[in-house]
Design a protein around this ligand. Structure first.
Ligand code: DC
Length: 226
């Protein structure tokens, strides 16, 4: 095993919304002094560019052109994983309800996916100290050679409860939104299926530190196996 891999692991974490990917991924990246990439934020930033341009998210050709022409930039420090569209920091705006509603349509655009996947692979290759990457298709498409592959899931009630706490809204409303988004995302990726070769971690009853400890153990075993 080349030395660079030992010190620069790629950890891929896939799973549906509300499974706890962001908190776990950021905590893990900080613990191992690696970079962090939130690929969902990239699809959200592309969606914001589309909405700002007043383009209908279902109009594929216009969406493709708008996203291609937008200047999208992403920070990969777990302390400040910013998103910028045309020079403006949109880290907060990309979490808005409008973006959340439109993001599945934009993420379903083939040309947008091709563009963002190329950028994700570039950012991964650039991460000299390793990187924790979260999303829906990291294991199967973006980084199939990742050193550690985790499918993080939780039951729908727990996922809705977490999202509701984050957003400060009712759990029922969030559960309906999560179910809708699972369905919409399933047209493009497979958020509800564990990819082949992934270690499945169910976070329903597990606190963040324990999930992180499990992934750290996978990383350490990899070093021993190699
Ligand atoms: O993780 P999130 O909820 O912020 O992701 C936003 C949307 O982006 C989600 O509805 C599905 C899509 N997505 C995707 O298609 N592929 C990824 N690798 C990450 C997210």
């Amino acid at each position: 095993m080349p030395e660079q891999k030992e010190s620069a692991p790629v950890v891929a974490i896939d799973g549906p919304s509300g499974a706890g990917k962001s908190t776990v991924s950021k905590t893990l990246a900080t613990a191992i002094d690696a970079a962090y990439l939130d690929t969902g934020a990239m699809y959200r930033a592309a969606t914001l560019a589309v909405l700002k341009a007043e383009v209908d998210p279902s109009q594929a050709a216009q969406v493709t052109k708008t996203v291609k022409n937008a200047k999208l930039e992403f920070g990969t420090s777990p302390d400040d994983p910013y998103s910028r569209v045309d020079g403006e920091d949109v880290s907060i705006d990309i979490r808005s309800e409008d973006v959340t509603k439109a993001v599945s349509a934009v993420a379903g655009n083939k040309a947008v996916r091709k563009q963002l996947i190329a950028e994700q692979q570039r950012l991964i290759a650039e991460a000299k100290k390793g990187i924790v990457v979260e999303g829906r298709d990291i294991i199967e498409v973006v980084a199939p050679d990742a050193d550690v592959k985790v499918y993080l899931t939780a039951d729908p009630e727990a996922r809705a409860g977490r999202r509701a706490a984050e957003l400060g809204v009712g759990a029922e409303e969030t559960k309906a939104d999560i179910t809708r988004r699972d369905g919409a995302d399933s047209k493009t990726t497979k958020p509800l299926e564990a990819p082949e070769g992934a270690t499945v971690i169910d976070s329903t009853e597990l606190p963040v530190v324990e999930v992180v400890a499990k992934i750290l153990a996978l990383l350490n075993n990899r070093d021993i196996d190699d």
